[in-house]
Structures are given as C-alpha cells and as structure tokens.
Design a binder for this molecule. Structure first.
Ligand SMILES: Cc1cc2nc3c(=O)[nH]c(=O)nc-3n(C[C@H](O)[C@H](O)[C@H](O)COP(=O)(O)OP(=O)(O)OC[C@H]3O[C@@H](n4cnc5c(N)ncnc54)[C@H](O)[C@@H]3O)c2cc1C
Length: 437
C-alpha cells in the first residue's frame, strides 16, 4: 500500500528526504516551500559550503565519511563538489576548541583509511612556506595549524537544484508560493494533524515532516529545543590578477576569527564567514504569547539588516592576518544567514509528542549541509521505525532539553550571541557595499 508523505521545507533535510523516499518506493511524496528551490530562506542557498569529516560525536563522523564518499562519486554532484582541502588555525588560548579539534581528528582516524593525510605544523613561517597565497600572513610562530587535504566544498545552491531535479524525475510533487508557505499545524477530530498554508490551503498526509530549518519554530512549537542563530557573512570581489593568485586556494578556517573560501570561478567573489559573532532574534513565540524564542529575521524582509560594525572589523582583521593585500576591498552582500542551534548539538528527528502523523527533522544546522546526500536516508529510517538506536537516542524530541546557550558550547569561540534588537547595522550604499566610516 502506498503511504502519503508531506514534506514542509525543501532545503537540505527536506530535499534529501524527498529523494530517499522516492528511491525507496511505496510512497506518494508531496513537498512544499514558500519559494522554489533554491529558496532564499534556505541556509544552503549559497555558492559554497565546507564538506569535512572531523566530528567529536562518532555518529556524525561516520555519517560525514559516508556523505563524503557520495560527494566524490555520485554523478549528480559532478562539477558541484571539489576537494580543495582545509587549513585549520587553532586559537592559541582556547582549550575547549583545542580539545574539540583533537577529539574530532581521533574519531576520524578510528575509521580505516580515514584522516591519514592530516598534517600538523606551527607558525606563520611554515604557513607561508606551505601555501603561496599566505606569503604575507602575520600568524604568530606559536600558533598550531592543521592541514587536511581531504576536505572540500560544494556549490550549495547548485547541489539543491540537482537534488530537486532528481526528486522531480522520481515523481515527487512540489508546491511553491503561498500555498507552499506553512503557517501552523492544526489537530483535527479524525486524529490527524494538518498543515495550514498562507493562502488557507489545508494539507494532511499519513506522515508530515516539517524540515524548515531555523524557521521550523514558526510552524510548530519545539518547546525551546531549538534556537535560531544568525551567522554573519560578507563578500569581496577579486580583480582578474587576484583571481589568478587565489583561484586554487584551500578553505582557510580560523576558529577564532572566521573563514574564507576559494573565489567563485564565474563571479570571482570570495565569501568570508564570521562564526564567532552570532546573533539571536528574540521574539514573542507564535505558540505562546508569554514566551520568547529566537526565530530568523531575513534580509529579504528587512533590507537594512546587514552585519554589525564589529563583524566588519572582524572580517578586515581576518583578511589582514592572512591575506593583507585583500584587506581594503569593498565588502558587499553582507547579511545574517540563519542556522538552528540545539543545546546538545544534535539534530531533532522525531515524531512530535501526542501527534499521530507529525514529525520534525531539524536542529543543530550549523554544519548540516554536508549531509545532503545521506541525511534523508536516516530520516526515512526514522519514519519506517528502523533508525539505528544510537541515532534514535541522539535525535529524539527531548522535552527537558535545556535551552540553547552559546556560552555553554565548548567548541564555540567568542562570547555569547548579540541580540538583533541591539545591533548597530553597518550601512550599505545603493550598490550593496558597506559604507566605510
Ligand atoms: C553562514 C552559514 C554557513 C554554513 N556553512 C556550512 C558548511 O560550510 N558546511 C555545512 O555542512 N553546513 C554549513 N551550514 C549549515 C547548513 O547550511 C544547514 O545545516 C542546512 O542548510 C540546514 O538544512 P535544513 O534543511 O535544516 O534547513 P534549510 O536548508 O535552511 O532549509 C529550510 C527550508 O525551509 C523552507 N521554509 C522556511 N519556512 C517555511 C515555511 N513556513 N513553509 C514552507 N517552507 C519553509 C525554506 O524556504 C528552506 O527551503 C552553514 C550555515 C550557515 C548559515
């Protein structure tokens, strides 16, 4: 008998689930989203994301290694994934981050054949000798550096499009626009939950999976298990000469200051991400007027939101430290990109308590893109009642899960989250470039 499935949100988790359901067979799958793929509201609507396998929790190490094999071998990702390697700069005084990195590497090396090409070295001179593009760096001689050539990046938006096309070919039905924008759920007397969309359409199915990323909390009450965090990104455009110098660089990840990627081959744009300076947007919960929760606020809706001046200074300091010749470039397309944080750094993939047909697949999404090829397999396992017990335990709905507190993340460098209501936004000119003070 065919089972009907409704997927709400066609980002990483939603599309991967759609494809895995369709491939397994026996399902009639409908997927809805407010925007067509790749949605501007997906954290993965981007031109690059890191694929790496170092994790402190072995569940994710194994999943990342599995995903990496698919990124390399699945023809669908040909021309989308490239293995450029990742340089990891460990903050000198941050014990938690140091331990986090060491444990992650140990975990990776437990898997036969994995993590064998990792190298360690120390200081700015070594860095300059190893990587031409870092010849002007000012890294201290005591800084620990790790180099893993077995990491890469994927063109994230193109990966979503590739998976969407595959899902369409496999018979998944997609609905976008107001009739794809879920507003809330409602339980009916027939015992089923329904999704109500902006235009008033009501949908139900044998199983409904809400996978709306950081926005999931708008649609369903997650009981404070998930908190949306805005991470700041900005961009610079390289000249043709600079592009020639930087086109084949690896990812440079400084856990304290931020990270940057090889420039895009078409646009010559180089992305700078600033993970240490996240922000919350505390608003009245749509599910309880006495509660506050952090939910995303998108630049599409609030065009004057850019990034804080502090993040601008951070971006320039990052460039100055590693590639000072790029420090004075104009910064443009500066924005918060929303992830969903959970206090135990686990996904939430479970049935909603007291519901017969409503599931969520969300949570801890600061690193979830890399699982695009395989997260759907595990979500379908959950629906079919055959999820690996360790995953089942880690990803369960935890009624008593403490609220997310950025200060309690041992691996996170930087102090707390800013609040959106208090941020002084850097101003942009009419071309979207940050106006220098
Ligand atoms: C700055 C930044 C950098 C990152 N870098 C990396 C990286 O290098 N490597 C990595 O592995 N991961 C990275 N991530 C994380 C990765 O992008 C996320 O883990 C991933 O996108 C989460 O997938 P998701 O499906 O949960 O949510 P999303 O991909 O955000 O998708 C959610 C979907 O739900 C839709 N939606 C929202 N509201 C509704 C609604 N009301 N009704 C219907 N649909 C709705 C949206 O339109 C969207 O399509 C990064 C994230 C950010 C923000």
């Amino acid at each position: 008998m065919t089972e009907s499935i409704l997927i709400v949100g066609c980002g990483v988790f939603g599309l991967s689930t759609a494809v895995h359901l369709a491939e397994r067979g026996g399902y009639q799958v409908t997927a809805i989203d407010l925007l067509p793929v790749p949605s501007q509201f997906s954290a993965a609507n981007d031109f690059n994301k890191i694929i790496r396998c170092e994790y402190t929790d072995f569940i994710y190490t194994k999943m990342a290694v599995e995903a990496m094999k698919l990124w390399r071998s699945d023809p669908i990702f040909k021309g989308i994934y490239s293995e450029c390697g990742r340089i990891l700069i460990t903050p000198e005084l941050h014990v938690g981050r140091k331990e986090f990195e060491e444990e992650s590497i140990k975990n990776l090396q437990k898997i036969p054949g994995e993590g064998r090409k990792l190298e360690y070295f120390k200081g700015g001179n070594d860095l300059a000798n190893r990587f031409d593009f870092l010849n002007l760096n000012s890294v201290s001689e005591t800084t620990e550096i790790k180099w893993n050539p077995e990491a890469g990046l994927a063109h994230a938006a193109n990966s979503l499009i590739a998976l969407y096309n595959k899902a369409v070919d496999l018979g998944v039905k997609f609905i976008f626009g107001k009739s794809g924008e879920a507003i809330r759920t409602v339980s009916k007397k027939n015992g089923r939950d329904y999704i109500i969309t902006k235009d008033g359409t009501e949908y139900t199915a044998d199983k409904i999976i809400i996978s709306a990323g950081a926005s999931t909390g708008f649609i369903v009450d997650l009981n404070h298990q998930q908190s949306a965090t805005g991470l700041f990104v900005t961009h610079i455009k390289l000249t043709p000469q600079e592009y020639e110098k930087f086109k084949n660089i690896p990812i440079l990840f400084d856990a304290e200051m931020g990270y940057f990627f090889p420039p895009d081959s078409k646009t010559h744009v180089l992305k700078i991400a600033l993970p240490g300076s996240g922000a919350s947007n505390l608003v009245t919960s749509p599910h309880d007027e006495n509660e506050k929760i952090s939910l995303p606020r998108y630049k599409l809706d609030c065009p004057t939101d850019t990034i804080p001046y502090m993040a601008i200074r951070q971006a320039r300091a990052l460039l100055k430290k590693f590639v000072p010749e790029l420090e004075d470039h104009e910064l443009f397309n500066s924005k918060a990109c929303w992830i969903a944080d959970t206090s135990d750094s686990h996904f939430i993939i479970d049935k909603v308590p007291n519901s017969k047909n409503l599931y969520v697949a969300t949570g801890d999404s600061g690193h979830g893109f890399k699982f695009l090829p395989n997260i759907g397999k595990y979500i379908v396992d959950k629906l079919e009642g055959k999820l690996d017990p360790e995953m089942e335990y880690s990803w369960q709905w935890k009624q008593d899960r403490p609220e997310f507190d950025p200060n309690m993340c041992s691996w996170r460098v930087g102090s707390g989250n800013l609040d959106f209501s208090e941020i002084e936004w850097a101003r942009e000119d009419d071309k979207g470039c940050i106006i220098k003070l």
